[in-house]
Design a protein around this ligand. Sequence first.
Ligand SMILES: [Mg+2]
Length: 257
Amino acid sequence: MPDSSSPAVNPVHRASAAAFAGSEPWSVICDFDGTIATVDVTDELLTRFALPEWQTIEAQWKAGEISARECMAQQIALLRVSRTELYAHLAHIHIDPGFREFVADCRGRQLPMQVVSDGIDRVIRRVLLRNGFGEISIAANRLIHTGRDTYELQFPNAKPGCSAGSGTCKCAVAAQAKPRRVLLIGDGTSDFCLARNADFVFAKAKLRTYCEQQGIAHRAFDTFSDIRYLLSELLDHPHHHHRPLPLANAQSPTWSI
Ligand SMILES: [Mg+2]
């Protein structure tokens, strides 16, 4: 992945700044694992149901020996769980309590919002359905049931040459939202690449650290209650950059850069 040592010469930084001068409406690309779901559901499934070799594969990915896509394909092939057990486990997955109001806000504003994840489509759909969000558009990796308790992962949203090596190329999915400006909401490694290309980022956890280090225009959040506030700032008061914000930190750019 190309890197930039100085935020001052980071072209993504400039692109994000330019976003505030534009007049195109926004669209939202939202991560799932660790962002909408309070845990990484994929990791939980592997921990609970995969043969132990999944950890060796995880280590290979962390060492940069295999791509995220190769890693997930091999790990999902190690799952040994019936569909019934899988769905029973998913019934215990919690979503961020503020997500419901956030979805209502987006709807009220006619702001397109799509869940784009390098996780598992069937898992995401199941969890969202259980919580009454059957209408939300999802782009993620496709889980195929191949036997009584075995699975295969397919990658309908992969892009040849995806610099992040992802199963779902978030940048390619986000490009379909153009000419709208793209707001990314996310928490982790699978969001890094799009964070560099999005018009603005709401970030937590690892993604927040990444944005700080790379000089990417962003605001930090912990919950969807924070996001509702930040969304209102972004859409309703984009030029009120002197207004104190509760989540401001010294390294974050202000709204108007
Ligand atoms: Mg995530």
